[in-house]
Design a protein around this ligand. Structure first.
Ligand code: FES
Length: 161
């Protein structure tokens, strides 16, 4: 994939933060830039970033697949990540994920037909004591997500969508 001048300028700004022989340290920032501009990180984009940073494409792919925040395919306007890691699982995390999926009529990792919501299970979000926990669009953390709070959230997001 070839990137626009604008994207390359953004990459260069990130690479400049590291020593010249360690430019691969900017891989997460470059992935975030691509996702910000394109909505997700395609295999072609991973290859383009690998070429730009002088690292193997598989090493870029390892980063993309390790972190939940990188979308490997297009997602809905609202990405809902529900934590199903063990501490949350013991306090209703699986139920919360099921509830959201059922409410929106999607399977885990699915996107609603209107493109508004994508629902995903998530690894630990670092707030286990607040289970069930979820993250909206990789930014907004929400705690103690009972069925009632989940319903309220979905209604609010639908009204914004
Ligand atoms: S296990 Fe869910 S936030 Fe830690």
């Amino acid at each position: 994939m070839t990137f626009t001048e604008h994207t390359l300028a953004r990459f260069a700004k990130e690479v400049a933060k590291y020593p010249a022989d360690q430019k691969q340290s900017a891989v997460m920032a470059c992935l975030a830039i691509v996702q910000h501009e394109q909505g997700h990180v395609s295999p072609e984009a991973e290859q383009g970033i690998a070429a730009y940073l002088g690292m193997p494409a598989i090493a870029v792919h390892e980063v993309t697949t390790f972190y939940n925040m990188y979308n490997q395919q297009p997602v809905g306007k609202f990405k809902l990540n529900v934590c199903t890691n063990l501490p949350c699982q013991l306090r209703g995390g699986d139920h919360a994920l099921d509830h959201v999926c059922q409410k929106l009529g999607v399977e885990p990792y699915g996107t609603t037909a209107d493109g508004t919501f994508t629902v995903q299970p998530s690894e630990c979000l670092g707030a286990c004591a607040d289970a069930p926990v979820m993250l909206v669009n990789d930014r907004q953390m929400l705690s103690f997500m009972s069925d009632a709070r989940l319903d309220e959230l979905i209604a609010t997001l639908k009204s914004e969508g």
